[in-house]
Write a protein that binds this ligand. Structure first.
Ligand SMILES: *[C@@H]1O[C@H](CO)[C@@H](O)[C@H](O)[C@H]1NC(C)=O
Ligand SMILES: *[C@@H]1O[C@H](CO)[C@@H](O)[C@H](O)[C@H]1NC(C)=O
Length: 401
């Protein structure tokens, strides 16, 4: 009896709070509809003959919701696809918050429906192989969600772009769509003792609440059934290579995955070793990760956190992405202002944005043809680098060596 007495007030309270929540969402949508008439949706055209598009996998952890959102807006374009991931150390409510905020961020995200948040998160142990599992998971979700994208790009919450998507799409139009941008070497040096031979176990794979790795007391010999390559974990991989890795119609990606399960920092070796040991893909590697980073000499585990003192170097770089940054570092505001032309809570303007004219209005609150891009000055510098990289790739002097 006592329990029943509470049911009605409880239900009523839940109903009222639900109502308030829906009013909040409808209210926001309605206000954007009131102030700007819903723009006609122009269709994204993919494939040869159209500009390329990218599948962005943006991952973060606990407390990274706002950073991921900011990065999303800085790399947003209706042609692309976005998958956001907060690893298992973030709470379910953070994930919900990210999904709601991403949806409400700008009208284009609702209209094009090209942003998703991974509902079932993965563990991401620092230096462990669960990161590879998470990346392959993201790639397979993106392959399933969208048949149109050309390149898979990995970004973390600490990254930021150094050019507009118009610039990036324009320059990548000149590249064959089967190229893989992956910085790699088989010159292992000191890494042979510290990275290749130790056997590690990532508890994030089998314990619900642990994301640590531990080392076995025994080591193992350097593989001779395949060549071990290592390099930057930040990659831009072709759709065909991602299909090869995810579908595994040859056994190479699968056997290497099993081997790399017990390799420390496996995300610095897995894709590199698969691409270079595959006769079909090793000619498609461009030996560059296209990220701006500053390292100690000799390099530490992570590059420097970039700040205001590095802005000159950052703005002179021809590379499309930089890492890494502290949350809301003032230099990000400067990159927004001087390099991307982005205002707070808005996307980076591009040729697709058509609400120009009044200065108080977000130019991307309306849009026209999303299949054209208008490159700026930074595209020129990047195009020169791309040309050099394509020549290098053709000569094969710098690939899988
Ligand atoms: C890759 O390049 C090598 C040497 O340039 C060539 O012999 C080989 O046929 C190429 N492989 C593919 C799959 O194109
Ligand atoms: C910027 O970073 C460098 C080291 O990377 C540090 O020495 C310097 O104090 C930082 N400057 C600011 C303004 O935080």
């Amino acid at each position: 009896m006592a329990a029943e007495r509470w049911i009605f007030p409880l239900c009523a309270a839940a109903f009222v709070s639900l109502l308030v929540f829906f009013y909040a969402i409808i209210g926001l949508t309605a206000s954007s509809v009131l102030f700007s008439r819903p723009p006609a949706l122009t269709y994204v055209r993919c494939g040869a003959g159209h500009p390329p598009s990218f599948a962005y996998y943006i991952s973060g952890g606990r407390g990274d919701c706002d950073r991921v959102l900011r990065l999303l807006l800085a790399v947003y374009h209706p042609r692309n696809r976005y998958l956001l991931h907060l690893s298992t150390d973030a709470s379910g409510s953070e994930r919900t918050e990210l999904a709601v905020k991403a949806r409400l961020a700008i009208p284009a995200i609702r209209a094009f429906g090209n942003v998703d948040v991974l509902g079932k998160p993965d563990a991401m142990s620092y230096t462990g192989s669960s990161e590879i599992a998470a990346t392959l998971h993201a790639a397979s979700v993106l392959l399933k969600l969208d048949g149109g994208w050309d390149w898979f790009v990995t970004l973390s919450a600490t990254d930021y772009p150094l050019m507009t998507q118009d610039d990036l799409i324009h320059v990548f139009s000149s590249a064959p769509r089967d190229l893989n941008f992956i910085e790699h070497t088989s010159d292992l040096g000191w890494k042979e003792n510290h990275r290749v031979q130790p056997i590690v176990v990532d508890s994030g794979i089998y314990l619900a609440r642990r994301t640590k790795i531990f080392s076995a007391s025994e080591g193992r010999s350097t593989p001779d059934a395949f060549r071990f390559f290592t390099g930057s974990p930040w990659v831009i991989l072709s759709r065909s290579f991602m299909e090869y890795c995810v579908l595994g119609w040859e056994n190479l990606p699968r056997t290497l995955l099993m081997y790399f399960t017990n390799v420390v920092l496996s995300q610095e070796g897995y894709f590199h070793s698969v691409v270079c040991n595959s006769p079909d893909f090793k000619n498609t590697t461009v030996n560059n990760d296209l990220r701006f980073m500053l390292w100690d000499n000799p390099p530490g585990m992570q590059p420097h956190f970039l700040n205001m003192t590095n802005f000159e170097e950052i703005s002179e770089s021809e590379l499309p992405f930089a890492r890494q940054f502290q949350k809301d570092d003032p230099v990000l505001d400067k990159i927004d202002e001087k390099i991307l032309g982005r205002w707070h809570h808005q996307a980076v303007p591009g040729a697709w944005c058509s609400a120009k004219g009044s200065s108080w209005m977000d130019p991307c609150s309306k849009w026209s043809n999303v299949n054209i891009v208008k490159p700026g000055l930074r595209a020129k510098k990047f195009a020169e680098l791309m040309k050099k990289l394509l020549d290098e790739c053709k000569s094969q002097l710098n690939s899988c060596k």
